[in-house]
Design a protein around this ligand. Structure first.
Ligand SMILES: NC(=O)c1ccc[n+]([C@@H]2O[C@H](COP(=O)([O-])OP(=O)(O)OC[C@H]3O[C@@H](n4cnc5c(N)ncnc54)[C@H](O)[C@@H]3O)[C@@H](O)[C@H]2O)c1
Length: 398
């Protein structure tokens, strides 16, 4: 049994991490700390946690094996350095830190202390993500050429009403926008998935921003990435999509396009399908993230010392760098007419020389699997999926 301490008792601790830790028998949630002690006590009572501490010193000197960091991004650097000093393994929420220098230092300090250091890219552990990875391995859509990964949402709306009756931006919005905006905060999950699914590094990239809001960072971002394997990924992510609408809607979509078909996952429609030359297969839909899956892998990593599928700090550093570079590129080119908007200055060498809430829709967290839905007129084919041979197999391309 590994004892877990959690620092930062806010939204994601309550809705994502703590319920998941409680579902993994080899883990015990043992200690909590928040600089607002009342928040720690509230979650201590709700999740029956043995200890909630008033000071960081008491928390770090308690009998815990690992620290889960759920504080805001600017606090992660200090939390990780304190964990290393106290000889505790770390699972840190994304984004890892505010600058690359900090992230590299965090990684080095943890490595030097001989400790494991992971980042909470929990989208990898959704059963649908795992199914996509298997389908790509089986070449179910031939050679993958393009991923379209879209997450456009409202970040719980733009405004709240202050005590003077004025409409002001929510603290969540101003905080997340000041930390880098939607690509740095949410889009990092999509960037991680693209690298993870394709097993191929990003060799070049181009970021474009759209400003509906008034922050320095763009609130609607396009990122185009070129992978070493030749595939492209387009990420589109927004915090301002329907942010002022009375009845907001959200788009959350994955489309993986290959030489023989398309895999399409739509969170809002709860649909997940594969269309290729064999026909159409309707796959069981699952929520886009799994904290429970992440903790099952985390406990394996702690027990064996082997990373397995856990996203490492290095993954976090590479992904954050891509997201921040694209956001900075968008800001730099904000006032240029699009015809003069240069393509990225980031080259393969830059990427490889690294030594570095969104709303959690509650309904989407680790829900039990939905039964397979077969729609009339679109029968799911029953034979197991066969790998599809490329026409060019064994032949030189012309
Ligand atoms: N992986 C995901 O799906 C996902 C989703 C949402 C948020 N997040 C990430 O989780 C982190 C936390 O987000 P949240 O929405 O829960 O934020 P939140 O503001 O709801 O909670 C943060 C908590 O940290 C506490 N805190 C702040 N500074 C502290 C300090 N110096 N020491 C101790 N406690 C401190 C606050 O009191 C608060 O309780 C962020 O990095 C965010 O990007 C991840």
């Amino acid at each position: 049994m590994k004892k877990i301490g959690l620092i930062g008792c806010g939204m994601i601790a309550e809705k994502g991490h703590l319920p998941a830790i409680k579902q993994v028998p080899e883990l015990q949630i043992y200690a909590l700390y928040d600089h607002n002690f009342e928040s720690a006590v509230k979650l201590q009572q709700h999740f029956s946690v043995p200890h909630a501490y008033k000071t960081e010193e008491e928390f770090f000197s308690s009998d815990i094996d690992a620290v889960v960091i759920c504080t805001p991004a600017p606090v992660h650097y200090k939390n990780v350095l304190d964990s290393a000093k106290a000889q505790k393994h770390v699972l840190c929420e994304k984004p890892l830190a505010m600058t690359e220098k900090e992230m590299l230092e965090m990684e080095k300090v943890m490595n030097d202390a001989g400790l494991q250091f992971y980042i909470g890219f929990n989208y990898r552990f959704s059963q649908s993500s795992i199914d996509i990875q298997r389908l790509l391995r089986e070449q179910a859509i031939g050679e993958v050429r393009l991923l379209r990964l879209i997450y456009n949402w409202h970040l719980h709306g733009k405004w709240e009403v202050n005590k003077d009756g004025e409409r002001v931006d929510t603290p969540l919005r101003s905080g997340r926008m000041d930390e880098g905006g939607p690509l740095v905060d949410c889009g990092v999950h999509q960037i991680d998935l693209a690298r993870w699914w394709l097993k191929s590094e990003v060799e070049w990239q181009h970021g474009i921003g759209v400003w509906l809001d008034t922050y320095e960072a763009p609130d609607h971002v396009y990122l185009h990435m070129g992978h070493g394997c030749g595939a492209h990924t387009k990420v589109e992510v927004s915090f301002s999509y329907n942010a002022t609408s009375r009845d907001p809607r959200t788009h959350f979509l994955y489309e993986l396009i290959g030489t023989d078909g398309v895999i399409r996952y739509n969170r809002e429609e709860h649909s997940f399908e594969l269309r290729n030359s064999h026909g159409t297969q309707y796959l069981p839909w699952n929520p886009e993230k799994s904290f429970v899956g992440m903790y099952r892998e985390f406990v394996n990593a702690l027990a064996t010392g082997k990373t397995g599928d856990m996203p490492t700090a290095r993954d976090g550093i590479i992904v954050s760098r891509i997201a921040r570079t694209a956001t900075e590129e968008a800001i730099r080119n904000r006032d240029k007419p699009s015809s003069k908007n240069p393509s990225s200055q980031l080259t393969a060498a830059d990427v490889h020389v690294l030594s570095d809430p969104e709303e959690i829709p509650i309904d989407y967290i680790d829900l039990p699997m939905k039964p397979l839905e077969i729609h009339e007129g679109h029968p799911s084919f029953s034979s197991p999926l066969q790998p599809i041979k490329s026409k060019r197999d064994g032949k030189k391309s012309s």
